[in-house]
Design a protein around this ligand. Structure first.
Ligand SMILES: Cc1cc2nc3c(=O)[nH]c(=O)nc-3n(C[C@H](O)[C@H](O)[C@H](O)COP(=O)(O)OP(=O)(O)OC[C@H]3O[C@@H](n4cnc5c(N)ncnc54)[C@H](O)[C@@H]3O)c2cc1C
Length: 377
């Protein structure tokens, strides 16, 4: 493995061009490393709903040096409005801010986020190959020889597996690791035109979890979390009706929006799968980040946040430490416990909601999460 002076010129392969892969490319290019990404999807497609980003993520994005573009592409909000099933507003919870300069939280479209991250990674000199996967990896004393599906082969000092919850790189370096587990729920999402007064995260209590998230001046999205015993598949044809059916007993505001859920192609349904890798997330000079190492259910809205923080920390440690191994060790010390807390607390909320564990007070758990994630990374 590379040590000493050689650390300045590390050549790094990132497998996966999602949020973890692109943010790590940005952070590593800014430290001066040579970075290549291979992405399996030839179209690099991203589905068209959005995600919530908490104040710790806004802070991490500032550290990445892309805060202005990020704020421009998103919709900031400062509070969470909680409604009873009958639609009555019961609480306006201020979201904690970590700096006066930036919003407490924001919503951002996945496509808008992907575009700004990809543009930045490319402008910083990251080479990206689409429709390419790893076919073979051979670790040696100084790194890894990697062969690709486009019949090329190259030696890298470091390989980063950022290839998501069903990570191929995890299977290669940790063949014994458990497979991702279905959590018992699915999430349905749909975009709507944002009314001018929809300027906060709106959460509706009730037997199924529902919320509205502003994404931009024009757009907001609805999420609906439902128990899905047996993990059924929903074909595209008829899925809009299936989503409307799930909302039959929804609070009045949500039921009104549900009437607009008419386009099958616009419904995004995902069964929730999770995974938390025990022990180190690295083997030799290959390391896993993001969902490849710690895929959470979205109950605390922190999965992508943890991926972005991983990227910032990994680049810092590779540039500060004297060897790849000590950098990976230092990375684990800063990331393992924090990511485990997010995964375990999120899954516990999910299990409580489907009656497979004690019911967790979501507002209390969210308050605790804000305190913990406010700690420096
Ligand atoms: C319903 C739902 C709602 C969510 N809401 C939020 C939220 O509000 N806030 C939040 O912070 N997080 C949220 N998340 C979590 C968030 O989406 C993930 O944590 C985040 O996308 C992880 O990023 P990643 O880059 O690690 O993985 P991915 O986004 O899965 O990206 C992996 C990339 O690797 C590519 N790839 C896969 N296999 C290979 C291979 N073999 N070779 C090359 N490339 C490969 C894929 O095509 C993809 O581009 C939510 C998740 C779900 C399911």
């Amino acid at each position: 493995m590379v040590t000493g002076e050689g650390m300045k010129d590390l050549s790094i392969l990132i497998v996966g061009g999602g949020i973890a892969g692109l943010t790590s490319a940005i952070a590593l290019r800014q430290k001066g490393f040579a970075v290549e990404i291979v992405e399996k999807d030839p179209d690099w497609s991203v589905y068209g709903v959005g995600i919530i980003q908490q104040s710790n993520v806004v802070r991490a994005v500032e550290q990445l040096g892309i805060i202005d573009d990020y704020l421009e592409a998103s919709f900031p909000f400062e509070r969470i409005d909680v409604f009873k099933p009958d639609g009555e507003l019961v609480a306006k919870i201020p979201a904690p801010k970590l700096t006066d300069k930036y919003p407490a939280q924001l919503g951002i479209g996945r496509r808008a986020l992907q575009k700004l991250l990809a543009d930045k990674a490319i402008s910083l000199g990251t080479s990206i190959r689409l429709g390419v996967i790893v076919t073979e990896m051979q670790q040696d004393g100084s790194g890894t020889q990697v062969s690709f599906s486009d019949d090329t082969s190259k030696h890298y000092d470091v390989v980063i597996g950022a290839d998501g919850v069903y990570s191929q790189i995890r299977e290669i370096i940790f063949p014994e690791a458990p497979a991702p587990e279905f959590a018992g729920q699915g999430v349905w999402r749909y975009n709507f035109k944002r009314p001018a007064d929809m300027d906060s995260l709106c959460v509706y209590e009730g037997p199924i979890g529902t919320g509205l998230v502003p994404l931009s001046e024009e757009l907001m999205y609805m999420y609906v979390t439902t128990p899905e015993p047996g993990n059924p598949r929903y074909p595209t044809e008829g899925i809009a009706k299936a989503m409307r059916d799930k909302l039959k007993n929804a609070p009045p505001v949500i039921a009104e929006y549900a009437k607009q859920i008419t386009e099958d192609e616009e419904v995004v349904y995902k069964p929730l799968n999770w995974l938390m890798l025990d022990g180190n997330w690295y083997q030799g000079s290959t390391i896993l980040i993001g969902d490849a190492a710690h895929a959470t259910t979205p109950h605390l809205g922190q999965g992508a946040g943890m991926a972005i923080e991983d990227s910032v920390v990994l680049a810092e440690e590779l540039s500060n430490e004297a060897s790849v191994e000590t950098a990976f060790n230092a990375f684990m010390k800063r990331r393992a416990e924090r990511c485990r807390y997010i995964v375990e607390s999120s899954v516990a909320i999910c299990k409580g909601q489907i009656g497979e564990g004690p019911l967790i007070n979501n507002a209390q758990a969210t308050g605790e999460m804000f305190k913990i994630t406010a700690q420096p990374i």
